[in-house]
Design a protein around this ligand. Structure first.
Ligand code: UDX
Length: 451
């Protein structure tokens, strides 16, 4: 998947990347692998020491190999000294966090801190590029902060998905560059020529806003699918068959149509709230997006309500096993994880929750009050109910009779629809699914009394 360029001559641009996180590190290591000299800056000396010895703590396939290759070819260096690392750079990517306030506003203090450090020292002609997701108008603020006419500002939002960030870097669907000067557009475009992907050049405001639009669109799509799943449950229809048909329309496409417990992660929730905030600030409230956000919260509530319905009306003092804690399979990231949203609600109802996840570790969830089991079956011992909240493939391989033997109760709520329904029902378990018209006690009684 990753094409090493060990024998290629070094490329002319010298790149610095500030922030060695889930965006900065694949960006730095990816450009080093393409043949550029890259300095990666971070303020955390322990993290950098581990990176410098080739150890990557992020759960990101192929990233450690890529970093090790960058180190061995001497194209990738790590430093805590932002000034030294950027002084000789011709392009600086800003990949530091932009934490979010409760109202959806972005805290740009890390971005501004990084810019303040490097602005006085970078060479004339340097391009400073925001790659972190920032609100529209940020580049203008940064230009004022930099206060130099001989330094360029641009936007190059990333579209890297967690768990496939390296593959996404080397095989992008599209590259988006927001820049006003022709020379900047050309130089940034040349970085990505090698991929053969469409390179779309826009003004900076369009690029900044497009990143939010892309993720808000995906989130809205998922909320639509989840709403249809809820309607299917009430109507006795099947959302999977429905979305298969819907997705065969080439205007819609088959991806991102799986119903679930609600969507999460480090980007979709943050970017939807951010765009809703920006829209309000601009005097153009985005009501549909606000509903997308609030309906996702209701989807988490719905998981707990349906589980309670199957446990005689309450989760209080019930032992609930949870399979999957990460926000999606293939990552150990708990940021805005739908699973944790559900776990918090279960704990608030007085349930005892024992979780298992193939990639998440016990210390990551200890502070939440979730007990941790080392195996999927271990989580099920004595449980009244099992809830599957992340779509790890290994869950579909567990023998349902082992689960039935371990559990005290018989309710299994598969919110990701990863289990083989017939096999699990045959093992004597009561399988509840999402969007498949599975018997819902409350709904059934409403339907029965209405009939
Ligand atoms: C997202 C965007 O996809 C990526 O382009 C952007 O750069 C960063 O944000 P990521 O956060 O890694 O990527 O996760 P993604 O794969 O998009 O999934 C987001 C959430 O949607 C997860 O909770 C996932 O489980 C959920 N999801 C996804 C569904 O519920 N159903 C689906 O069909 C797809």
């Amino acid at each position: 998947m990753v094409s090493s360029t060990d024998n290629q001559p070094r490329r002319p641009e010298r790149i610095a990347v500030t922030g060695a996180g889930d965006i900065g590190l694949p960006t730095a290591a990816g450009f080093a692998d393409l043949g550029y000299d890259v300095s990666c800056v971070d303020t955390n000396p322990e993290k950098l020491a581990r990176l410098a010895s080739g150890i990557v703590d992020l759960h990101e396939p192929h990233l450690q190999d890529l970093v090790q290759r960058g180190i061995s070819t001497r194209r990738l260096r790590f430093s805590t000294n932002g000034i030294a690392a950027t002084r000789d750079a011709s392009i600086v990517f800003i990949c530091v966090p932009t934490p979010q306030g409760d109202d959806g506003s972005a805290d740009l203090s890390y971005v501004e801190g990084a810019i303040s450090t490097i602005a006085p020292v970078v060479r004339p002609g340097t391009i400073i590029v925001t790659r972190s997701t920032v609100p529209v108008g940020t580049a203008d603020r940064l230009r004022d902060l930099i206060g130099r006419n001989d330094v360029h500002v641009a936007s190059n939002p990333e579209f890297l998905r967690e768990g496939s960030a390296v593959a996404d870097f080397f095989h992008p669907d599209r590259i988006l560059i927001g820049a006003s000067e022709t020379v900047v557009r050309r130089r940034l475009g040349e970085l990505y020529d090698v991929f053969g992907a469409p390179v779309i050049i826009t003004d900076i405001a369009t690029a900044e806003l497009t990143k939010h639009a892309a993720n808000a669109f995906l989130a809205t799509r998922l909320s639509f699918v989840n709403a249809m799943a809820n309607i299917c449950e009430a109507a006795g229809a099947d959302v999977h068959q429905m979305m298969r048909v819907v997705g065969l329309d080439p205007r819609i496409g088959p991806k991102f149509l799986a119903a679930g417990p609600g969507w999460g992660g480090s980007c979709l929730p943050k970017d939807t709230r951010a765009l809703a905030y920006v829209a309000r600030q601009l005097g153009e409230p985005f009501e549909q997006l606000e509903v997308t956000v609030s309906s996702n919260e209701r989807q988490f509530n719905r998981v707990v309500r349906r589980l309670s319905d199957h446990l005689c009306g309450s989760c209080r003092n019930r032992r609930i096993a949870v399979w999957g804690l990460a926000f999606k399979a293939g990552t150990n990231d708990l940021r805005d994880s739908p699973s944790l949203a559900v776990c918090r609600r279960l704990l608030a109802e007085g349930a005892h929750v024992t979780g298992y996840d193939p990639a998440v570790t016990a210390p990551q969830v200890k502070h939440l009050g979730v007990d941790y089991a080392d195996t999927s079956i271990g989580a099920c011992f004595g449980a009244d109910a099992l809830v599957i909240l992340t779509e790890w493939p290994e869950f579909s391989e567990v023998d349902p009779s082992d689960v039935a033997s371990a559990m005290t109760g018989d309710v299994v709520f598969d919110t990701r629809n990863v289990l083989d329904t017939n096999a699990w029902i045959s093992a004597g378990l009561r399988l509840v699914t999402v969007g498949r018209g599975s018997p819902d006690p409350k709904k059934s009684s409403v339907n029965a009394s209405a009939a």
